[in-house]
Design a protein around this ligand. Structure first.
Ligand SMILES: [Zn+2]
Length: 135
């Protein structure tokens, strides 16, 4: 992998995480923190709906016509999210995503994995598989 600017940023992030991780250095603490921090991301999203109200969720069963092609599925299927995040909720969600990334980077450090390589490999796999990799 080349040393692009993104590569350096991500490596730097992993180094900072490594320097700051003290109390929860055990892999057991790290994997349970990944779980907790992912839950906190979800909680921040839910609070933007239930406490702030800047966004709403319009959840219902989505049906799509059998003749729909993969190309226009994206237009036919809704995110079921209405509205736009206010600056406060955006900030809160970004902070929780940052926390989740912190523990993911910590796991990568412990296992000797480069987070940047993971992102690159995932992107390559997705573009190789094309529409077979739809999630
Ligand atoms: Zn809000």
């Amino acid at each position: 992998m080349g040393n692009s600017i993104n590569d350096i940023h991500m490596e730097d992030f992993q180094n900072v995480v490594n320097d700051l991780l003290m109390r929860n250095r055990s892999i057991l603490d790290i994997i349970s923190k990944i779980q907790t921090s992912a839950g906190r991301v979800n909680r921040a999203v839910v609070k933007s709906v239930t406490h702030c109200g800047c966004v709403e969720i319009d959840g219902k069963k989505q049906t799509f016509p059998g003749e729909a092609s993969i190309e226009n599925l994206q237009e036919l299927l809704s995110t079921q999210l209405k509205g736009k995040l206010c600056p406060e909720c955006r900030d809160a969600i970004e902070k929780e995503i940052g926390g989740a990334l912190f523990y993911l980077a910590a796991l990568c450090n412990t296992l000797g994995i480069s987070l940047y390589d993971v992102i690159l490999k995932e992107k390559e796999a997705l573009s190789t598989l094309g529409s077979y990799s739809l999630r």
